[in-house]
Design a protein around this ligand. Structure first.
Ligand code: SF4
Length: 427
């Protein structure tokens, strides 16, 4: 038994209907009150009839009555307007600061054993890596599940808004600039997110737009700004890029970022920074006003196609400048990476835009894009599939990721609609 569970039982009145105080007075709860997570009594503004007299006031909840003394409430005037002391076990008579004895309700007499057992099952140790309620999921109505997933996907998007708002602040509300920075960040993946973001910030979007018809020069600017064109090269291609970059450098006041920021560790060669930068240059060439372009795209396949850009032909048989590779292949970003950009960058940005201008339409469009994408395939999603919940699309797989990471892993079953449904079963 935990105090959090007692709060939950009281808040949802998951108790037998016929209640009485420890001194035998019948209790009827008209209003459980508002849960207070700050200092002071646990529930404010409750309305309770005790022994036929209606009271309006606060409710304090404890595991044992003696906790009242342990928490020094007997010396605190704030607790003088407690109308009911709700405890799991009544082990001591207590007094308020004004000398009165609070009416006390002992919950252990009124909690259905099945409800307590369901909670115990959810909290039982030893299943931290999996989904603690997996065996009980089939008993949860599909409507409960689907409405919960609809809510969780929004939470998942909201959890990604912090970086959007940070970039939006830094760009002083410039949506185009934020879009360009954010997409650059996600082009870098987990490993090179920071240098990619710094690269985008160090490279004026206007300059790139000016050279939109010259992909070679775009690549030269971005690779030069990434600090990857320093030194001397043997191949013609990097020498040409270097010459292009140097020709612009002083006139455009270009200052490269620190090249030591780039990381190759644990990266597949196809995700090496120079290749990703070449692909990013191709994206900028295809849509210099990225934000305005993306706003017009409602079909996710069209968006995947735009993001699935191709690195310059030099990279077909190179992973590094001047170092030919044994295998040759066209280096496209790929649909999987394009989907990652849509899910993690564009959808949150579009959602934030809808919020900022008060247009539900854009928030719906963000959700629609997720619904059009295939569900992701990763370790967490596979756990849900093994438990019998198979997502139909990326909106549902994102919701399941949110559920596992933000609820199951922290055992927040009392805040979860599935947990709520399971706990009250057999009541
Ligand atoms: S948080 Fe919800 S889904 Fe996760 S284990 Fe608890 S009840 Fe189940």
């Amino acid at each position: 038994m935990t105090e959090a569970f007692l709060h939950y039982l009281w808040q949802h009145q998951m108790l037998d209907k016929r209640l009485d105080t420890t001194d035998g007075q019948p209790v009827v709860v008209i209003r459980a009150g508002d849960l207070n997570r700050d200092a002071g009594p646990d529930f404010f503004n409750a309305r309770i009839s005790i022994g036929g007299v209606e009271w309006v006031g606060n409710v304090e909840v404890h595991l044992r009555s003696s906790d009242w003394n342990a928490h020094r409430h007997s010396a605190d005037k704030v607790y003088n307007n407690v109308v009911l002391h709700v405890v799991y076990e009544h082990d001591a008579e207590v007094f308020m600061e004004d000398g009165k004895i609070p009416a006390t309700l002992e919950l252990r007499r009124f909690v259905h054993p099945a409800v307590a057992a369901n909670y115990e099952m959810l909290m039982s140790p030893g299943i931290d890596d999996g989904i603690p309620c997996a065996k009980r999921l089939p008993s949860v109505p599909s409507l409960v599940l689907s409405s919960w997933l609809d809510r969780l996907v929004i939470e998942r998007i909201e959890s990604k808004l912090e970086v959007v708002h940070r970039l939006l602040d830094e760009s002083r509300g410039g949506w185009e600039k934020t879009c360009y920075w954010l997409l650059a960040r996600y082009f870098g993946g987990k490993v090179n997110a920071l240098p990619f973001e710094l690269l985008a910030k160090a490279t004026d979007k206007g300059l790139l737009a000016r050279w939109r018809d010259n992909p070679h020069r775009l690549e030269a600017i971005l690779l030069g700004q990434a600090g990857l064109l320093d030194g001397s090269f043997l191949d013609d291609y990097p020498n040409e890029l270097q010459a292009d970059y140097e020709a612009l450098r002083s006139g455009a006041a270009l200052v490269p970022i620190d090249p030591s920021l780039w990381r190759l560790f644990r990266l597949r060669p196809s995700a090496f920074p120079a290749i990703r930068i070449s692909q990013f240059a191709a994206l900028v060439a295809a849509a210099p006003s990225l934000f305005s372009t993306l706003l017009t795209i409602t079909d996710v396949r069209q968006m995947e196609h735009l993001f699935d850009c191709e690195a310059a032909p030099y990279w077909n048989n190179h992973y590094h400048l001047d170092k030919p590779s044994a295998r040759s292949c066209v280096k496209r970003l790929g649909h999987q990476q394009a989907d990652i950009l849509i899910i993690n960058a564009w959808v949150p940005l579009l959602f934030a835009y809808g919020m900022a201008i008060g247009q539900q339409f854009y928030k719906d469009q963000a959700l629609s894009l997720l619904q059009q994408l295939d569900a992701e395939d990763n370790a967490v999603v596979r756990q849900w599939c093994a438990a019998g919940i198979k997502p139909d699309n990326a909106a549902q797989s994102q919701a399941l990721l949110q559920l596992k990471n933000a609820y199951c892993s922290g055992r927040r079953c009392l805040d979860c609609r599935i947990g709520h449904n399971i706990i009250k079963q057999s009541k």
